[in-house]
Design a protein around this ligand. Structure first.
Ligand code: NDP
Length: 445
């Protein structure tokens, strides 16, 4: 363990003030001792030292003009983390909390997630501390255009393929694609994913992360004799991942009784009316609080973390990193929750994960459970190269089989490396080995 500890310590020293990145690296590396024991050649090849260092980190100024004519300046990032198995691939996040450490943690996670999909995609992530909330469409467009005016020179269908994430949906991708196309004077549909259907997007991409999350959860609980049918479910967040997770839960016979945004959560004992959430969040861009104005039987509570006090059988944290701590985890366990599957990236703190594992809660870690989004993005890239579009059913069935395969691979890796029910270990090991093997044969690069 001392070799791995040394690498973790180097990461902490070399990347000061980036706690989320330290957390993600520590979680992955601590589970790799079993792999290093079997593959001592990875030590000589410096695989761990190289895999924790991004291949390239780009930071740039993003100036734009607001509706009052004032010049605003944000900071843009793209971290191209690892291209051993394919072009960099990973979303762009626009949120005021974004700084280099967040993008590095997300990029690092993405390397293993993308590997788990079985598709030829490396890992990267990008974003800005720009807050789209409360901005007009014109402001968002001007910001996206300025962001892409720098980013375009670093991306390409065979180089780096960004997509959406928090604060970046179909609208932002559309503005960024338009600016890319204008600068390049070339219609390169494979440069971004999450595009609109009328210009090269894929059916099911919008739904993919949420649907995929439910497909893998269904698989995980089925092998333990449980079912989504009749299950009481809590989903945090009310963005892209949360909405389509909830939609699939209802389709499979479960009942979602609570959802949230960053201000608070709603509890509807009769089941959340998803059409209202979609209207409020996808169309009107309003706060979740408004739900209560429409459905008077529902309760609204200030404070997003309170959502974990709502009793449930299955919890899907789908909002953001570290949204579920040890206290919340204990409450979930005490209330009879038997499964937790992460739709967001790193939503559970390390202490919360300890609580789940020590109470034998079925736990699907984000890098496997939310891989459906990037898997569908890879399917979008395939369709773009073929200049062809598959039907909804075709993409959905490919997504489903990808998620089932991910479950099989991570549970097999967990078994092989000695901890049958520890899917965190399984996901880290299975994701890592493929990338490590590719790095081994490509020399010291
Ligand atoms: P969206 O921007 O569509 O939605 C994010 C949701 O989380 C909103 O409801 C937002 O509320 C809430 N939220 C954001 N920050 C906080 C916070 N600090 N506390 C509580 N709630 C918060 O993003 P996505 O749904 O796309 O992403 C959600 C998570 O899923 C992220 O971790 C992302 O990295 C991950 N993910 C997304 C994928 C995708 O395909 N989109 C793929 C894989 C992972 P509010 O509106 O108030 O800000």
């Amino acid at each position: 363990m001392s070799y791995i500890k040394d690498v973790i310590n180097q990461v902490i020293e070399r990347n000061p003030g980036e706690p989320e990145f330290h957390q993600a690296v520590t979680e992955v590396l601590e589970s790799l001792q079993v792999v290093i024991d079997r593959h001592p050649e990875y030590i000589k090849a410096g695989i761990l030292e190289r895999i924790v260092e991004p291949e390239r980190q780009i930071i740039f100024r993003v100036p734009w003009v607001d509706d009052q004519g004032r010049v605003r300046v944000n900071r843009g990032f793209r971290v191209q983390f690892n291209s051993a198995i394919g072009p960099y691939k990973g979303g762009i996040r626009f949120h005021p909390s974004v700084y280099l450490g967040i993008i590095k943690f997300l990029g690092f996670e993405q390397v293993f997630k993308n590997s788990l999909t079985g598709m030829p995609i490396g890992g990267g992530k990008g974003g800005s501390d720009f807050d789209p909330k409360g901005k007009s469409n014109d402001e968002v467009m001007r910001f996206c255009q300025s962001f892409m005016t720098e980013l375009y020179r670093h991306i390409g269908a065979d180089i780096d393929v960004p997509a959406g994430d928090i604060g970046v949906g179909a609208r932002e991708i559309g503005y960024m694609f338009g600016q890319y196309k204008r600068i390049r004077n070339s219609f390169e549909s494979g440069v971004l994913t999450g595009k609109g259907l009328v210009y090269g997007g894929s059916l099911v991409r919008k739904e993919a992360t949420g649907y995929g999350l439910v497909y893998i959860t269904d698989q995980m609980i089925k092998v333990k004799g449980k079912s989504l049918d009749g299950a009481r479910v809590v989903v945090s967040g009310s963005g892209n991942v949360a909405i389509y997770c909830a939609e699939k839960v209802f389709a499979m016979g479960g009942k979602v009784v609570a959802m949230s945004d960053s201000n608070g959560y709603i509890y509807d004992p009769d089941g959340i009316k998803l059409d209202t959430i979609k209207q409020l969040k996808e169309v009107e861009r309003k706060r979740i609080k408004e739900y209560k104005e429409i459905h008077s039987k529902a309760e609204y509570h200030e404070g997003a973390v309170g959502i974990w006090e709502v009793p449930c059988d299955i919890a899907f944290p789908c909002a953001t990193q570290n949204e579920l701590d040890a206290k919340a985890a204990k409450t979930l366990v005490a209330n009879g929750c038997f499964a937790v599957a992460e739709g967001a990236n790193m939503p559970s703190t390390p202490e919360a994960i300890d609580v789940f594992l020590s109470n034998n809660i079925l736990f699907a870690p984000g890098k496997a459970a939310n891989a459906g989004g990037v898997a569908a993005s890879a399917l979008e890239m395939m369709q773009n190269s073929m200049r062809y579009s598959w039907s909804f059913e075709e993409v959905d069935s490919r997504l489903k089989s990808t998620m089932i395969n991910i479950y099989k691979n991570i549970s097999a890796a967990a078994r092989e490396y000695g901890h049958e029910n520890n899917l965190i270990l399984g996901a880290n090991v299975a994701g890592f080995i493929k990338v490590a093997e590719a790095m081994m044969v490509q020399g010291i690069v």
